[in-house]
Design a protein around this ligand. Structure first.
Ligand code: NAP
Length: 500
């Protein structure tokens, strides 16, 4: 996070009483305020539809901070200073009248606190409300388009659209009110230390980047596995599915960071230019290829940690005959000079045996089986594993001679754990991203063309899946690593998924 002093500003959270605000945003703001990363005059205004006062919102925020801020960080003095920044405004964000009242309220708060009028609007609201809220912000005169100072910025949450057409329409709507450089499309995966470390690992070390290409890499696996089910979000998940919820954003962002060329600078547009090139290099697939190279899964009843768990179709607000995927796997090719011929396998699933996000780079085996005359007929690939969560770190698996008279090669591991080495807990992704947005640094946020390029790929899959409904769901038991078809997808290429 930047050491520069943050501009004093007014942070307006539309949806300030919602789940995201409660669990993530206000605890993150408390932490950055406690760390001295907010200007002392910065104010935080929550807007919600339900009745409330500054006092009632402060009480609610206090409870959230106590529950969700990192253990041991709550202290009364820090809370007292933070609480004084908090204000609540009641209103329907779809109603233009709300914005006239909001503007007057913001002016009053800004005058009282000596704030210059910099505004950060954070849309922590249902996706269906985004276009209306943006239009109303513009129509109500709450946006200073393009101006350097005082600045206005917009943070938009995922999901950003539900296919290419809706993402484009949303981008057009936003572009009617904000310049692109004022827009911060959030994917909290990019705020994770370990995600940023992918580039540090690649570009800050002399050892691996020379190997980072088709000559040495056999294939790449990207896994985003969750052990939880839909956790009461059945209605949302029935609409979305895992391809939209995880692959389109988190998994494809990880793909970009692994596959991109070194940018000319660590600077917003330079980084995002390279990510867009990766997305545009993904080889388009025909419907037949999509059906061959993707797998849909849905969990049925099963067990996790010895406890029985219900199947997806038994979750609240899920259709008894739902065809929605809770698991997806996708084999794709990044067709450029660096990666031609190297398959990338992406998978994401709910109700997997454990929660883990990792990238595994499997290297080619040596050109000759040097020890074959000594009975070693098989050698495992060297694998580099970048663990994004929860046990952040990097591991390298290589072969070593097993002690003894016989020549036997066993896979062994060099393992780096963030928590062991650096000790202190790294900042939550939202802390980092909020500070970046206040600083106007959009390196870790999605640009319009990037989001649309990802949707273009995913929409092709959605269209094909829509034309060919699944016939075998549910096809994996909760608590297992996904359907047989995913195993077969790898086996066809004489490969196997890792068991993290
Ligand atoms: N929750 C998460 O962990 C999470 C993670 C990633 C992304 N997101 C995204 O973040 C956004 C918010 O999610 P959420 O889970 O926080 O939703 P939520 O719990 O339903 O909260 C929505 C908030 O919006 C307010 N709201 C809804 N309609 C309104 C209206 N017409 N006028 C004024 N306020 C209105 C609600 O106020 P009232 O309560 O007063 O009605 C509430 O404060 C969504 O786009 C979601 O996809 C959420």
């Amino acid at each position: 996070m930047s050491d520069r002093p943050a501009d004093p500003c007014t942070i307006v959270i539309l949806g300030g009483a919602g789940d995201l605000a409660k669990r993530k945003l206000v605890p993150a703001l408390y932490e950055v305020a406690r760390g001295g990363l907010l200007s002392p005059s910065t104010a935080i205004v929550g807007l919600a539809r339900s009745a409330g006062t500054d006092g009632s919102w402060r009480d609610a925020v206090r409870a959230s901070v106590m529950e969700f801020a990192p253990a041991g960080t709550f202290d009364e003095a820090a809370w007292g200073a933070f609480a004084g920044r908090l204000f609540f405004h009641q209103g329907d964000f779809l109603s233009p009248e709300t914005y006239a009242a909001l503007q007057s309220r913001l002016w009053a708060i800004e005058a009282e606190r000596g704030l210059p009028g910099n505004r950060l609007y954070y849309l922590a609201i249902p996706p269906s409300g985004i276009a209306g809220a943006v239009r109303n912000l513009g129509g109500g005169g709450l946006v200073r388009r393009g101006e350097e100072r005082p600045w206005t910025r917009l943070v938009v949450e995922k999901p950003f659209g539900h296919d290419l057409a809706s993402a484009r329409a949303l981008n057009d709507e936003i572009a009617g009110t904000f310049d692109e450089r004022q827009v911060f499309r959030i994917d909290h995966y990019l705020g994770k230390e370990t995600t940023q470390n992918i580039l540090v690992f690649r570009l800050g070390n002399g050892l691996f980047e020379p190997l980072w290409n088709r000559r040495y890499v056999d294939h790449v696996q990207i896994t985003v596995a969750e052990s939880i089910g839909v956790e009461g979000r059945g209605r949302f998940f029935e609409e979305a599915g895992i391809l939209r919820d995880i692959i389109q954003n988190h998994a494809m962002q990880l793909l970009c960071l692994v596959a991109m060329e070194p940018p000319v600078a660590f600077e917003p547009n330079a980084v995002r230019d390279e990510k867009v090139k990766v997305l545009r290099s993904i080889r388009p697939q025909t419907p037949e290829e999509i059906l061959r190279d993707t797998v849909r899964g849905q969990y049925g009843p099963g067990a996790l940690e010895g406890q029985p768990v219900a199947g997806y179709r038994q979750e609240p607000n899920v259709a008894a005959d739902s065809g929605r995927e809770t698991y997806a796997a996708w084999k794709l090719q990044v067709e450029n000079w660096r990666w031609a011929g190297v398959p990338f396998y992406l998978r994401a699933g709910k109700r997997m045996p454990k929660r883990v996000t990792e990238i595994a780079i499997a290297f080619k085996t040596p050109p000759i089986a040097f020890f074959r005359r000594m009975g070693v007929t098989h050698q495992d690939q060297n694998v580099l594993i970048l663990r994004i969560q929860p046990d952040e770190g990097i591991a390298l698996r290589f072969g070593a001679k097993r002690p003894g008279a016989e020549m036997r090669i066993e896979p062994v591991k060099m393992d780096f754990h963030y928590s062991e080495f650096f000790g202190s807990k790294s900042a939550d992704a939202y802390e980092r991203l909020l500070v970046d947005a206040i600083h106007g640094d959009s390196t870790l946020f999605g640009r319009r063309d990037e989001v649309e390029a990802a949707w273009e790929q995913v929409t092709a899959i959605l269209d094909t899946w829509g034309d060919v409904p699944p016939f075998d769901l549910p096809n994996y038991a909760a608590g297992t690593w996904g359907p047989e078809a995913a195993v077969a997808l790898m086996a066809r290429d004489a490969r196997a998924w890792r068991r993290p």
